[in-house]
Design a protein around this ligand. Structure first.
Ligand code: SF4
Length: 84
């Protein structure tokens, strides 16, 4: 799943988003509430908060890594550069 704000886009692999334990970790990790957990434990990306991202990388740390198979933060203001 991917959602785009004006400056930031967040992409989470479908397998990660469907994993209730990882969804909870992401929800708890992000300081600006970009992630939420829906009924049933599936991850949601909170579109209205996307541009609040402070590039802290806590989401990537929470799921044990970074990259297309986990969670990816894209800097749309920098030609879509991926936060590493
Ligand atoms: S980098 Fe930080 S602020 Fe941005 S989505 Fe991840 S946890 Fe949230």
């Amino acid at each position: 799943m991917r959602k785009d704000g004006t400056f930031i886009a967040v992409e989470v692999a479908d397998e990660t988003a469907a994993d209730a334990a990882l969804a909870t970790k992401l929800t708890e990790a992000c300081p600006v509430d970009i992630f939420a957990t829906a009924d049933g434990g599936k991850l949601e990306i909170v579109e209205k908060n996307l541009d609040e991202c402070v590039l802290c990388r806590l989401c990537m740390d929470a799921v044990g890594g970074r990259g297309p198979d986990l969670v990816k933060i894209l800097k749309l203001y920098d030609d879509g550069a991926v936060l590493v």
